[in-house]
Design a protein around this ligand. Structure first.
Ligand code: NAD
Length: 491
């Protein structure tokens, strides 16, 4: 079976390369080295895992300033506050949580045994999988590389990591700091372009966690399938926001604008579009623009506002706007910044798009930038219908006070996760799983869910000396049939 895919709307310099090359040989060598090391000690004790997690937390803490600087350089600009909030603090909270709970998660757990099998016992033994591959994207280049690493290390695995080529300074720093505290057979960082990523995804890992776009996710899943490598896919999609009549609009507008504008909309769970009745659209669009201007009195040169990662992404976002305008959309742009300076800094202010139609590209592909279309939807049932007819989103947001309506939305939509009266914050809750569903992903991680993702939960049946199983041995007689019939009553 051929496993090739086409990247859609991606820069030309990132075409998929095909075929094996030296990269795959050298990566394979690292994998073999990790596998040998794993097989020599396949069940690291809590003390060893703990010491690795502590080393990971410390080396990142020691290099906080460097991470803030390189992330900002790779983006063109990213506020240090935003990096602290959305990367460093999340990573440290994830490590702290793992340090507090992994010991408990690692324990063999008793499981019930059906009456007909008693006095035998059942247990579930969590086991490391072996060598885990992690492919991470550029938008939160530290968080999305390290959070899966925390889960994989806590679960006792060896790890190979391929960070994004769009954030080369971050990838280089990750390689150097992780190299300081881990040997290559513990944690290895493979830097490089798409050809490296492609060779990486073809390795026969024991598990592969990919975070990135749905298009590339398809290619990666296909490559992993050749080795029957199980995958966790953390993908993207269009995350809708529904605003109910009873919503507190002051809070709602601020929370939507914040969720949309952090990292300039380059967030997998950023609100992608809003659904609301036609007569509310103007007022909401106006308030959103006002809110954006309060957050960012200027966009150009403002150290708080993040640049778009690369020229190709900037051009893609401008293309979405042009396409929408050509097809009849109205555009409202926050601020009054010099457009040439904005283009030079690769910045785009909040841009609210109204009079949208499904034919517009902005209503078809994930936006991943500060453009916010609004779709007219008269009733909650219309909104459900709109969402249900489209790909299952990574996140869904509902603002309102009526719990019955909230529950109706929860029951009638399938999305990776949900925040109610908020945007994005469900992602950083360590005790709930983070992941998509269908085209927005498969599997999940964070906290115990990450531990389970990177563990084999091995079921073990412990038979007793006094088992009645011998009554079912051949030759089969009337007595066997009677015993079997009696046993079936307990099943
Ligand atoms: P991307 O899919 O272009 O790249 C992600 C990673 O895949 C990179 O490391 C890249 O090197 C690698 N890659 C690229 N081509 C490959 C190939 N042919 N084979 C194997 N690997 C390949 O995504 P991106 O542009 O870096 O990130 C943006 C996308 O990621 C958005 O769609 C966003 O929604 C999604 N995302 C999802 C989550 C989540 O947790 N669900 C988080 C962040 C971003």
């Amino acid at each position: 079976m051929k496993c090739q895919g086409k990247r859609v709307n991606k820069p030309k310099n990132r075409v998929v390369l095909r075929g094996k090359n030296m990269t795959s040989k050298s990566l394979d060598k690292v994998l073999q080295k990790q596998r040998v090391a794993f097989n020599a000690a396949p069940n690291p004790a809590w003390g060893e895992r703990k010491s690795k997690l502590i080393k990971l937390g410390k080396i990142i803490a020691d290099n906080e300033q460097k991470f803030k600087e390189v992330i900002s350089k790779d983006f063109g600009n990213r506020s240090f506050v935003e990096t602290t909030m959305a990367e460093l603090s999340i990573v440290q909270a994830g490590i702290k949580h793992a340090l507090k709970h992994t010991y408990k998660w690692m324990r063999t757990k008793k499981a019930p045994t059906a009456l007909q099998f008693k006095p035998a016992k059942n247990v579930i033994v969590p086991q490391p999988l072996g060598v885990v591959g992690i492919i991470s994207p550029w938008n939160y280049p530290l968080q999305l590389a390290v959070m899966p690493l925390v889960g994989a290390i806590g679960a006792g695995n060896r790890v190979m990591l391929k960070p994004s080529e769009y954030t080369p300074r971050v990838s280089k720093l990750l390689k150097s700091v992780l190299g300081e505290v881990f040997s290559d057979d513990e944690v290895y960082v493979a830097t490089g372009d798409v050809d490296v990523a492609q060779a990486f995804s073809a390795l026969p890992f024991d598990h592969l966690l990919f975070t990135g776009s749905t298009n590339v996710g398809r290619i990666v899943a296909c490559a992993a399938a050749q080795n029957l490598t199980p995958v966790t896919l953390e993908l993207g999609g269009k995350s809708p926001v529904i605003i109910d009549d009873g919503a507190n609009m002051k809070l709602t507008i601020a929370r939507i604008a914040n969720g949309k504008l952090i990292n300039a909309g380059q967030t997998c769970v950023a609100p992608d579009y809003l659904l609301m009745p036609e007569d509310k659209i103007d007022g909401v669009a106006h308030s959103l623009i006002e809110q954006a201007e309060t957050f960012y009195p200027t966009f150009a040169g403002n150290p708080d506002y993040t640049s778009i990662i690369a020229d190709a992404h900037y051009a893609r976002l401008q293309g979405l706007l042009e396409d929408a305008q050509t097809k009849g959309a109205s555009i409202r742009v926050a601020g009054n910044d010099d457009s040439q300076r904005m283009a030079k800094e690769r910045r785009i202010p909040l841009t609210v798009v109204t009079n949208t139609t499904p034919e517009m590209k902005i209503m078809q592909e994930e936006i991943f930038g500060p453009l916010l279309p609004i779709v007219a939807s008269e009733t909650l049932a219309d909104s459900m219908d709109y969402i249900q007819k489209r790909d299952r989103p990574l996140a869904l947001y509902w603002f309102g006070e009526d719990n019955a309506k909230r529950d109706y939305v929860l029951a009638n939509t399938i999305s990776g996760g949900v925040s109610i009266n908020e945007t994005a914050w469900h992602v950083v809750q360590e005790d709930i799983p983070f992941g998509g569903v269908g085209p927005s992903g498969m599997g999940g991680y964070h906290g115990e869910h990450g531990f389970k993702t990177f563990s084999h939960m091995k079921g073990v049946f412990l038979q007793s000396k006094f088992s009645g199983g011998k009554m079912l041995y051949p030759p089969y007689t009337d007595k066997t049939r009677k015993v079997l019939n009696m046993m079936r009553k307990f099943m």
